[in-house]
Write a protein that binds this ligand. Structure first.
Ligand SMILES: [Zn+2]
Length: 305
């Protein structure tokens, strides 16, 4: 295990969330019918994955359920995991459904409304059902119903309220274009930006990432990030096991060390992780975040030393 400490300032780069709203234009054509042209489907709008950290889901939209077909996709995640705004918009809390439990609507800027159902109602790590649908339990602290939110802003907590009581905590996520009927969010979730961490603006923070070295190329390091710790928030995300990328310029010595780990040439440094490369741990010096940036490992860059 090798620890390195970088003096480089961490630059958070907020990837812009393209709101590619497709437009369909009907143009009257008085001429002879043209041969059918192949229309490219409009580019998929990339939403923010609505759960922070580890989560699993499958295409269970439309699956038969006791009360009809399943109108969303269930995203399994640890109890109390943060639910994030899939896009910028406005939230509305709703607590009037015993089946949905604690839930909220996100009326997205694109015109699509998202439903976040079965938010948390537990005060402990157990299914105690002692909490109610309030801020800090079901909804993010300080968030008001009717408030505007940014993409990736934490808006609630994953749980098992309503008729999900006692089953694996999950976010039942629905997508309603133009506020209409539910459509399958599955491919949007597949294409979504999955975030590891959310950093409020202008806060000082330090990150510690550990994982396996996957590649060293062009002076940058690629890690399969397994664990991410953020200080002073004391947030720890474990078992990420995701092929995230940490691009950072390395000086020659660091690059050589990393390559050695990758090659297994220095086993003393690199207890085998059972993966392609040796284990690697990196901690950044405290740095202020410059943007209200949802942090993706691939968005970490350290330009220069
Ligand atoms: Zn569901």
């Amino acid at each position: 295990m090798v620890s390195t400490r970088t003096t480089a300032r961490v630059l958070l780069v907020l990837a812009l969330f393209g709101l590619g709203v497709g437009t369909a234009v009907a143009s009257p054509d008085p001429g002879p019918p043209k041969p059918p042209t192949k229309h490219k489907p409009p580019p998929l709008m990339r939403i923010v994955f609505p759960v922070l950290g580890s989560a699993e889901f499958s295409n269970d939209f439309g699956a038969p359920r006791g009360h009809g077909s399943h109108q969303g996709v269930d995203i399994l995640a640890p109890r109390h995991a943060l639910a994030l705004a899939a896009e910028p918009g406005r939230v509305r809390f709703y607590t009037g459904s015993s089946r949905a439990g604690c839930m909220l609507y996100l009326d997205g800027a694109s015109g699509t409304t998202y439903l976040y159902i079965h938010l948390n109602n537990d005060l402990t790590d157990q299914n105690d059902n002692r909490g109610s649908c309030v801020n800090g339990v079901a909804f993010a602290r300080g968030l008001k119903s009717g408030a505007r939110v940014a993409a990736a802003q934490p808006i609630g907590f994953v749980g098992d309220s309503g008729d999900a009581n006692g089953v694996h905590p999950h976010l039942h996520f629905e997508r309603h274009p133009h506020g209409g009927r539910a459509t399958n969010p599955y491919r949007y979730l597949l294409a979504a930006r999955r975030l590891l961490f959310y950093q409020p603006p202008a806060a000082m923070f330090t990150l510690a990432l550990s994982g396996s070295v996957v590649a060293v190329a062009d002076g940058s390091l690629r890690l399969r990030v397994n664990t991410l710790r953020a200080f002073p928030q004391a947030l720890t995300l474990r078992r990420l096991d995701r092929p995230e990328r940490l691009d950072r310029r390395l000086d020659r010595r660091e690059a050589r060390r990393a390559r050695n780990r990758l090659d297994g040439a220095r086993p003393r440094d690199a207890p085998s992780s059972g993966r392609q490369g040796g284990r690697h741990q990196r901690r950044t010096n405290p740095a202020p975040s410059r943007l209200a940036a949802p942090l993706q490992a691939r968005d970490l860059a350290a330009p220069g030393q």
